[in-house]
Design a protein around this ligand. Structure first.
Ligand SMILES: Cc1cc2nc3c(=O)[nH]c(=O)nc-3n(C[C@H](O)[C@H](O)[C@H](O)COP(=O)(O)OP(=O)(O)OC[C@H]3O[C@@H](n4cnc5c(N)ncnc54)[C@H](O)[C@@H]3O)c2cc1C
Length: 485
């Protein structure tokens, strides 16, 4: 009997554990360790953050789901990795600390034959002074943050209803933050809701971003086919902002927040300040800060993890200038090079480098987006990691036939504004591949036939439909396995 330990129950971890259990059945053990009692469909946080969905519409309890599937669930957080075991335990294990199940604070060693690390990002608010909920800005990165943002947004609406002008600042809260797409979707929704309430004349809405150009989205921008023409995501994104009356500050790395004011450094080395009444700024992401030890208890954290805390996989991590980056730098199987039975899926894997061109201000501050790893690639990576492990267990040897390089995979991104079936609109973009391959596609870096952008109500319906479809799949409702990642 093989024992597979999955850390995390987000898009990547949940996809992997559900598939492993379905295909391996009762003969093998699948254990999930995750600190939260709920599965959480993160993309719909945007709707929680504008008060169009409740927290309970974007989450469900994991205990019932896992019990039904026959997956062992430990509500706990992973703390340290011991891939060689120790003097008492022969097998590799992970030390976990319980956060629920009436065992809070209890520590346990969980051994495994195969380990999937799918722990996503740590929301690193501490990297920017004054940033984040409980300090001076809001976030939509988790459902409780999004709910808090909605409460603050209502206060701003009330002030405008009383005739008081309000300033909204939305974007990235760190010089190398990523997830511009989510922040962009949020600003479009805030602008839409304000307009719907006929309060636009009292609202100053501003986008602040570390992108070199608006529309970079952490993927170095893209050329997209739109209505038969080829246009850049810069034009695409700028037109959306302009049409909604939103102004923007680009090439800006937010370094500090005070009550009602952000401080930022521009890529040209100058410094700026911007005041706000309401701010939603995405923090930097890092790995959760795990440590790793060998059999003798010596620290081997740098063998398993990159300096940013994400797990090393089969990527080419050789430091090289932007001009020498290749599509082949990106990982295929997400297997750790030092320990073949350890994998990292979703945001948990360390990318070889960014996708956007790295930029530094004359003061030496890097100001550019870190590489995003959105839901679709996270789900696909979770799936192929599970498939490789399943075949390995069934055949008794590693075959690693399933591969999912972000430099070969396409992704769809829908930035939808408004809620419901008849109101709102969306910008729908597909990029293929996610990471540019300049050798294969010398003109645009991507396949222009599959890299498209459209505006309209259809994308909005799709986003709405995806909320229900992906929650159906995650809950393990009938025929869940037929639904795509
Ligand atoms: C507001 C917002 C909107 C978004 N919208 C979209 C969108 O429209 N389309 C899209 O494609 N992508 C979107 N994304 C990105 C998408 O949500 C992520 O790509 C995806 O959630 C990544 O999946 P993951 O499984 O790697 O990480 P996560 O979903 O973050 O899951 C990580 C899991 O690990 C657990 N964990 C954390 N620490 C530990 C620990 N120490 N031990 C064990 N478990 C741990 C967490 O509790 C969680 O269960 C959005 C992101 C945000 C923030």
């Amino acid at each position: 009997m093989a024992k597979i330990l999955v850390l995390g129950a987000g898009i990547a971890g949940h996809t992997a554990s559900a598939l492993l259990k379905k295909k391996l059945g009762k003969k093998h053990e699948v254990i999930v360790v995750t600190p939260n009692a709920y599965y959480h469909w993160i993309p719909s946080n945007i709707w929680v953050g504008i008060g169009r969905m409740t927290v309970d519409q974007v989450r469900f309890r994991l205990d019932q789901r896992y019990k039904k599937a026959g997956i062992e669930y430990k509500q706990a957080k992973a703390v340290s990795f011991h891939p060689e075991g120790d003097h008492e335990t022969e097998k590799g294990f992970v030390t976990i600390e319980y956060t629920g199940q009436n065992r809070v604070g209890e520590v346990e060693k969980v051994t495994y034959d195969f380990l999937i690390n799918a722990t996503g990002p740590k929301l690193n608010f501490e990297a920017t002074e004054g940033l984040g909920p409980g300090k001076f800005t809001e976030s939509v990165c988790s459902y409780d943050h999004a709910h808090e943002a909605w409460k603050k947004l209502q206060e701003a609406y009330k002030k405008m209803e009383a005739g008081l002008p309000q300033k909204f600042l939305i974007g990235t809260g760190h010089p190398t933050a990523t997830c511009q797409g989510a922040a962009f979707e949020y600003i479009m929704n805030v602008a839409y809701e304000i307009k719907k309430r006929k309060l636009s004349h009292l609202a100053d809405i501003k986008w602040i971003t570390n992108e070199y150009e608006v529309g970079d989205f952490g993927m170095g921008g893209a050329y997209v086919k739109r209505g038969g023409y080829i246009t850049s995501t810069k034009i695409f994104a700028e037109s959306f902002l302009k049409e909604s009356g939103i102004t923007w500050i680009k090439r800006a790395g937010v370094t500090k927040v005070e009550s009602g004011k952000v401080h930022y450094e521009r890529l040209d080395g100058s410094f700026g300040e911007e005041t706000f009444d309401f701010a939603m700024l995405i923090p930097a992401f890092s790995g959760p800060g795990f440590t790793a030890f060998n059999k003798n208890g010596e620290n081997i954290t740098e063998v398993l993890f990159a300096p940013n805390g994400f797990m090393k996989v089969d990527a080419d991590y050789t430091a090289k200038p932007f001009e020498q980056w290749k599509a082949s730098d990106w990982p295929n199987t997400y297997q750790n090079p030092a320990y073949e039975n350890i994998f990292a899926a979703g945001i948990a894997f360390a990318p070889p480098h960014s996708i956007s061109k790295p930029m530094k201000s004359p003061n030496g501050t890097p100001i550019f987006p870190a590489p995003p790893r959105t839901g679709m690639p996270s789900g696909v990576i979770g799936k192929i990691v599970a498939e490789n492990i399943i075949e390995w267990i069934k055949s008794g040897k590693p075959q690693m036939k399933h591969r999912a390089s972000m430099a070969k995979m396409g992704a769809a991104c829908i930035i939808s504004a408004g809620y419901g079936l008849i109101g709102g609109a969306a910008a729908t973009m597909t990029v293929s591949p996610i990471v540019q391959d300049w050798d294969k596609y010398p003109e645009y870096g991507r396949d222009i036939n599959y890299t498209m952008g459209e505006a309209g109500l259809a994308g909005h319906w799709l986003k709405y439909f995806m909320h229900y479809m992906f929650l159906h799949k995650a809950k393990g409702y009938p025929f869940w396995w037929l639904l795509p990642e």
